[in-house]
Write a protein that binds this ligand. Structure first.
Ligand code: PBG
Length: 343
């Protein structure tokens, strides 16, 4: 190595650096671990899984490597694995048989629908894992929207009434956390009142508080089969990606209406929103690393452009650093295995 430039410049760094060498703390692995501010643990993870009718069925989702649509029997096996790994919560999403989808999403209210069957089977086999279910009509409607349609309009109040009914059906089937992902106005208060009036005071609500009208949901829509059905877009109910003050107002309302936890979605493109909400409200705050974020990391890794493991861990750490208390992520089982191995 050639250090000659140092003597040529004859700069004396000592007075500048004295007591200011930032690299001292970074020098060794033990020291880096010692001063690390943010650590990801298995307790931070919520694992979203996709359900499909049938038995012993395991269908890969093409745009989400490593993710499958599972029949309930196989989902029970995955729940057992998740519980053994100490993942706190599974979030269930149904791929509804296209024949069962209609204009009003009536299958959402069927106590024997896929999600309800999944809830009952998993609860019976794995009582100590938390179960979260999505409240919105999109996996059940023929038009793929989260609400009821009158002409071209997604009607708010009629939709909320149906979402309350959907929540009660899920609560009866044993859900622990209701996750309203529909972005209708007033639904948190209405669902809370409905749950309380029917003896489900203990069912928690994690509000999709700041859910943006995002391009990053594409692979999820493949997984639940709404890419083909969705007519138009969701911009009249999901938030505009340019807004941040609006997220504060949404959070104020959701908390006032009874949300136990709030969520920001998507995740990485909206870390500023996670930080703002966490600083403004002292409530448990979650981020959803959505399907498109998962797909991007996998696609780049498949091309040899990113190291999958490092990109996964760094992306998840960024949520914690931004103030999230936990993350919904399709990486959950892989990360949990990795953390357990202490790698
Ligand atoms: C539907 C719903 C969506 C997601 C969760 N619930 C998609 C959408 O709003 O179109 C997206 C999750 C993901 O992309 O991983 N209400």
């Amino acid at each position: 190595m050639n250090f000659e430039h140092r003597s040529r410049l004859a700069v004396d760094l000592e007075p500048i650096l004295a007591g200011r060498r930032m690299r001292r703390n970074r020098r060794t692995d033990w020291s880096r671990r010692l001063v690390r501010e943010t650590n990801l643990t298995v307790d931070d993870l919520i694992w979203p899984i996709f359900l499909i009718d049938g038995e012993n069925r395991r269908e890969p989702v093409a745009s989400m490597p490593g993710v499958f649509r599972l029949s309930v029997d196989l989902a029970v096996a995955e729940a057992e694995r998740a519980a053994a790994l100490k993942i706190p919560v599974l979030a269930l999403f149904p791929y509804t048989d296209p024949d069962l989808r209609d204009e009003t999403g009536s299958e959402a209210l069927n106590p024997e629908n896929l999600v309800c069957r999944g809830l009952r089977s998993i609860k019976r086999a794995v009582p100590h894992i938390g179960l979260m279910t999505d409240v919105a009509l999109d996996p059940y409607t023929s038009h793929g929207h989260d609400g009821l349609m009158n002409g071209e309009t997604i009607v708010n109040d009629e939709t909320v009434a149906q979402l309350v009914h959907q929540s009660l059906v899920q609560a009866e089937a044993g859900t622990d956390i209701i996750g309203p992902s529909d972005m209708m106005d007033g639904r948190i208060g209405a669902i809370r009142a409905g749950l309380d009036a029917s003896g489900h005071q203990d069912v928690q609500i994690m509000a999709y508080t700041a859910k943006y009208a995002s391009a990053f949901y594409g692979p999820f829509r493949d997984a639940v089969g709404t890419n083909k059905t969705l007519k138009g877009d969701k911009r009249t109910y999901q938030m505009d990606p340019g807004n941040t003050n609006e997220a504060i107002r949404e959070a104020e309302l959701d908390i006032a209406e009874g949300a136990d936890m709030i969520m920001v979605k998507p995740g990485m493109p909206y870390l500023d929103i996670v930080r703002r909400l966490k600083d403004a409200f002292s409530v448990p705050t979650f981020a959803y690393q959505v399907s498109g974020e998962y797909a991007m990391i996998h696609a780049a890794a498949q091309n040899g452009w990113l190291d999958l493991d490092r990109a996964m861990m760094e992306s998840l750490t960024s949520f914690k650093r931004a103030g999230a208390d936990g993350i919904l992520t399709y990486f959950a089982p892989v990360v949990a295995e990795r953390l357990k191995a202490g790698a």
